[in-house]
Design a protein around this ligand. Structure first.
Ligand code: SF4
Length: 495
């Protein structure tokens, strides 16, 4: 039984970070390495704040956790110091809680009943509890490989090794299928490997989970582009089902702004991938922010990843631009209806380190030097509104005044347009939707029989928690298709 008044006795306390000057100079995770005993003591106090609500909004797929994480249950187990049981309940709904604990923006916390009023001291620190359960599980050996009780004799190919592909692969392997994951890159993990910077999640965390999947029986093939290195005919011949988890990595560009063609203006992923490869030991990054004035266009997660990376590479200045006005940072001055996510200001640890953020601004044009390199940008104050005729979003200048800002490296982090072009899709006869994604029926099956889809490739660029939820749900559908029924969970349905 939870302590219903625990939140009155204890304040929410954020996870302690390393000193900002120290962490801004290295690539290690930003959070402090607490002694596990002290870490667990602090987190037990945080879990005590959970009221075990009759209707736990944190847990529901509507506003809270898409995975249906059993948050009140494991909060209470942590409160009582029952770490192994807490790990069992956490892993019952989430294959990779250490990934979500480090990377998810936590819709569960915004949906928490205690987030309604600042007087309650803020949401339960669910993410921190989740990550600590996962850390404790690895440290104590609770995160064991789970081998299937019996083999089904069916073979499944998973294309893509990001979070959706890995979740689908683990579920299907544990259900007894022979699963092979194909990755076109030289290393596994997709965005987890080459999109997420080391300071947000050290890659040893990913490698540890990959080792678990291998021990359970999942096979991995890297450096293989399905459709090219393995034809669709070969794929069809060798596998009973195929899961497409190829992501939605086609970056949105800004070709309409004059000067886009200047050297030094790049898409965010063209910058982040080599920077992450550097951390893997692949040598200097091709695009380096050292000694440069860096301007990042786009106020989201990818922009923040560029921001922290540029800081660590030694940029002279880092500025992040957002077209939207600065949102309120607390519910005190927020007038939107509860739950508020994502309307409050999201500040990442990298924003505390250095640099600045500018809101309600847009680039009028990129300025170049005589050699065709970007040297600055012209900024204008704007507002974002809906075009009354088309209903589409439009950006309107609110002033004729223009401010010039120095910039010799500009990174476009303005979103993703969908699945990249790949021969595999052509050869399967699959077409992209108007949103650049792959559609499917209610059973996650695409128009190509026996070919399923999940994650960003289906949903469009989204949160890691949705990728895992879709991977788990697609695994249920594949298992049902291959065996006639499935005991695997299906936390979400196709959109
Ligand atoms: Fe606990 Fe908040 Fe979930 Fe209620 S909504 S059960 S207080 S975490």
């Amino acid at each position: 039984m939870a302590d219903p008044t625990g939140f009155l006795d204890h304040e929410r306390v954020e996870q302690p970070k390393r000193p900002r000057d120290e962490r801004a100079r290295d690539w290690r995770e930003v959070y402090a390495d607490l002694d596990p005993e002290e870490r667990n003591r602090q987190v037990r106090v945080q879990a005590t704040r959970c009221m075990d609500c009759g209707i736990p909004f944190c847990h529901s797929g509507g506003a809270g956790c898409p995975l249906g994480n059993l948050i009140p249950e494991w909060n209470d187990l942590v409160r009582r110091g029952e770490w192994e049981q807490a790990s069992e309940r956490l892993h019952a709904t989430n294959n990779f809680p250490e990934f979500t604990g480090k990377l998810c923006p936590a819709p569960c916390e915004s949906a928490c009943v205690l987030a309604i009023s600042p007087a309650s001291g803020g949401a339960v620190a669910i993410k921190r509890v989740e990550e600590t359960i996962a850390s404790q599980a690895w440290e104590s050996g609770y995160a064991r490989p789970e081998r299937a009780a019996a083999a089904t004799g069916k073979k499944v190919a998973v294309v893509g090794s990001g979070p959706a592909g890995l979740a689908a692969a683990q579920q299907l392997t544990r259900a007894g299928h022979e699963v092979t994951v194909f990755e076109r890159d030289d290393r596994l993990g997709g965005l987890l490997r080459y999109g997420i910077p080391e300071f947000k999640m050290e890659k040893k965390v990913l490698d540890r989970r990959l080792a678990q999947l291998r021990e359970e029986g999942t096979t991995f093939v890297t450096g293989c582009e399905v459709g090219v290195d393995l034809t669709v005919e070969e794929l069809r011949e060798r596998y009973d089902a195929v899961v497409l988890a190829v992501g939605a990595l086609r970056g949105r560009d800004d070709t309409a702004t004059p000067g886009r063609e200047l050297a030094g203006v790049h898409l965010a992923m063209d910058y982040l991938v080599p920077a992450n490869r550097f951390c893997e030991g692949d040598g200097p990054a091709e695009i380096d922010a050292a000694g440069r004035h860096v301007v990042i266009i786009g106020g989201g997660d990818t922009g923040a990843d560029c921001y922290g990376t540029a800081t660590r590479q030694g940029a002279l200045s880092v500025t992040q631009l957002d077209q939207y006005p600065q949102p309120p940072s607390t519910r005190d001055d927020d007038r939107s209806p509860w739950p508020t996510w994502p309307y409050l200001l999201r500040t990442y640890p990298v924003h505390e380190e250095r640099g600045e953020r500018l809101f309600a601004v847009a680039v009028k044009r990129f300025l170049g030097d005589e050699e065709g390199r970007v040297r600055g940008i012209e900024l204008q104050k704007v507002r974002v509104e809906k075009d009354p005729g088309t209903g589409r979003r439009q950006v309107v200048p609110t002033s004729e005044e223009v401010e010039e800002v120095p910039a010799d490296l500009v990174l476009l982090a303005i979103g993703f347009e969908g699945v990249e072009h790949m021969r595999l899709l052509d050869d399967l006869g699959l077409k992209l939707t108007g949103r650049g994604t792959l559609s499917c029926g209610t059973d996650w099956q695409t128009d190509a029989p026996g070919v399923f889809v999940c994650g960003d490739a289906h949903r469009g660029a989204s949160l890691i928690v949705w990728a895992i939820a879709e991977g788990r749900s697609a695994a249920h559908a594949v298992d049902s298709c291959l065996t006639g029924s499935s005991d695997l969970p299906a936390p979400v349905h196709p959109t």
